[in-house]
Design a protein around this ligand. Structure first.
Ligand code: IMP
Length: 194
């Protein structure tokens, strides 16, 4: 099965490729296309943005499996921000470290006592005939006081999953791929179609 994934995020791509390793799924990404401009994520929910990305890729790649996901971090003490704005929390071209710095700053400014947080993932899949399926994943945890670890991407250095005493960035990639919000959605995809 040929699966095209609508993301330019190399961290996500690595996790998705690792997930399908050893299966009959050949994973391709938009970076393999000679010309492709990612659509603007103008939706007001994870699902809406995942659908925008999946539809954009479907319009240039027909007759193959298409997948796109939108994901982000919701922090209770920040009224569920940054949410769908996670990638650009500290600015349009913000680096992961800048987003983390802003998150910790906002939490200290608001004396946010509720450090409970969750990663959410919404995944939209189109089969080669164009039928849509939606899968979702959720990972609960807390936000650490300072960044720790070098593995993963995004907010991994400040997210401690429930039942753990380390940030995701301190876990081996294989450990993250057992529990992550993205893997939960991928498992449903696999169960439905493989
Ligand atoms: P998207 O590409 O618009 O879906 O942006 C997702 C953003 O949410 C990423 O850039 C990260 O900041 C954050 N994010 C999503 N999933 C993860 C994860 O597994 N670990 C850490 N941060 C994540």
């Amino acid at each position: 099965m040929e699966l095209w994934v609508g993301t330019s995020n190399s961290g996500k791509m690595t996790e998705i490729k690792n997930f399908f390793m050893g299966t009959n799924v050949q994973v391709h990404s938009i970076s393999e296309l000679p010309v492709y401009s990612s659509p603007k994520e103008t939706g007001d929910s994870f699902i809406a943005n995942a659908r925008i990305k999946a539809k954009a890729l479907k319009s240039v790649k027909s007759g193959v499996w298409i997948m796109a996901e939108d994901s982000g971090l919701e922090v209770m003490g920040l009224n569920n921000m940054p949410g769908i704005h996670s990638a650009r929390y500290a600015g349009e071209k913000a680096k992961d470290a800048e987003n983390i710095a802003k998150l910790l700053k906002m939490m200290s400014l608001r004396s946010a006592t509720h450090r409970e947080a969750q990663f959410k993932c919404a995944m939209v899949v189109y089969d080669p005939e164009g039928n849509e399926s939606v899968f979702e994943g959720l990972l609960k945890g807390t936000i650490s006081r300072s960044p720790k670890g070098t593995s993963g991407f995004g907010y991994d250095p400040v997210f401690i999953p429930e039942g753990y005493d380390k940030t995701i960035a301190e876990l081996a990639p294989i450990e993250k791929n057992k529990i992550s919000h993205r893997v939960q959605a991928l498992r449903q995809f696999k169960k439905s179609f493989l």
